[in-house]
Design a protein around this ligand. Structure first.
Ligand code: AVJ
Length: 322
């Protein structure tokens, strides 16, 4: 397919998703995967070094400290597939440890071409690594990796950074089951999950003093303006982070300061917001250790080992396909 054909298809899909999400009769929503254009990905990199947001550093600490131990538990040889590689920074510890054992192929799977390119640049210094990335949705990319699997080679799937937290709980379980179906018994999944912690700490993590998370959230409207020729007035929407105690998740919303109407040209769509009406842009679910184990078992994995960060409750779980 020509690159322009891919680009056009993607723009249509974006327009269709924006239209569907904003025409809902109850809670309006925009899908969180659209937060990560070039600007959103750069803003997330800043979030990950903010003092209030300990999640990425916890993930990174566990992987750095326990990389050799994790690798020692894997059946070798493995090919590595990473779902949503982002910048690739925290993946380096594992890949370095693996490549010390033997040459390893690494397949980052990303819908963001900017993140994919950055990840490839970031990790190409590693000796005896072979990087083949896929600009695909997670499961489509994973199917491609599985199709290239060589005889006797296991797969290690990385799903780090608590990206699973963006799915609501039933969808998260369904997603892990779909990953499991692509794998073979003995293949593994390294899953990062952010754990329960005090609500005040969570709210600060998702509404930092500098306003970076607010900018990250508002960028979604700016992106709709840029790519779909819409006329959202950004100062008429406010970033809101709230904790939902039943689902145990932080929700990000954008709240309309007044009644207003927005036109989205490329979606051929006009939407009206009431004063204080919100657009729901992201959920970040928090887990107990029991949640993680039940989710793993329910999806057809058993938990071989788990590592917890002592500073910021976060778990890395090594799950093996039954
Ligand atoms: C990258 C999905 C794990 O949910 O904590 C950070 C994204 N959103 N601040 C998360 C995010 C607001 C992040 N994940």
């Amino acid at each position: 397919m020509l690159p322009s054909a891919i680009a056009r298809e993607t723009a249509d899909e974006f327009a269709e998703d924006v239209r569907a999400g904003l025409s809902k009769s109850g809670q309006k929503e925009l899908l969180s995967k659209y937060l990560y254009d070039v600007i959103g990905s750069a803003l997330f990199e800043v979030i990950s070094v903010l003092p209030e947001y300990g999640l990425t550093r916890a993930d990174d600490r566990i992987l750095r400290k326990h990389a050799d131990e994790i690798v020692a538990r894997l059946p070798l040889p493995v090919a590595v597939a990473e779902l949503g590689s982002g910048s690739g920074k925290k993946t380096r510890w594992l890949l370095e440890a693996l490549c010390r054992q033997r040459p390893t192929s690494y397949h980052p799977i990303e819908i963001s071409p900017a993140a994919l390119a950055q990840c490839e640049r970031e990790l190409s210094y590693i000796d005896s690594i072979s990087i083949v990335g896929f600009e695909r949705k997670y499961l489509d990319g994973l199917l491609e990796v599985a199709a290239r699997r060589k005889n006797g080679q296991h797969l290690l799937v990385l799903f780090l950074g608590s990206t699973i937290g963006n799915f609501d709980r039933p969808a998260g379980l369904r997603f892990l089951s779909q990953v499991r179906e692509i794998l073979q018994p003995g293949d593994s999944l390294l899953l990062g999950t952010d754990l329960d912690k005090p609500v005040s700490q969570l709210l600060q993590a998702y509404d930092d003093a500098l306003g970076v998370t607010a900018a990250f959230n508002l960028n979604l409207l700016a992106r709709v303006n840029r790519e779909l020729e819409a006329d959202f007035a950004l100062h008429e929407f406010q970033h809101v982070a709230r904790f939902e105690p039943v689902e145990r998740r932080v929700e990000m919303h954008l709240r309309s300061a007044r009644k207003q109407t927005v036109t989205i040209q490329k979606a051929e769509f006009v939407v009206t917001f009431l004063k204080d009406e919100t657009i729901w842009t992201e959920s970040s679910h928090k887990y107990s250790m029991g949640d993680v184990l039940r989710m793993a078992e329910g999806a057809g994995f058993y938990c071989d080992a788990q590592w917890i960060d002592p500073e910021w409750p976060f778990a890395e779980s090594l799950l093996i396909a039954h």
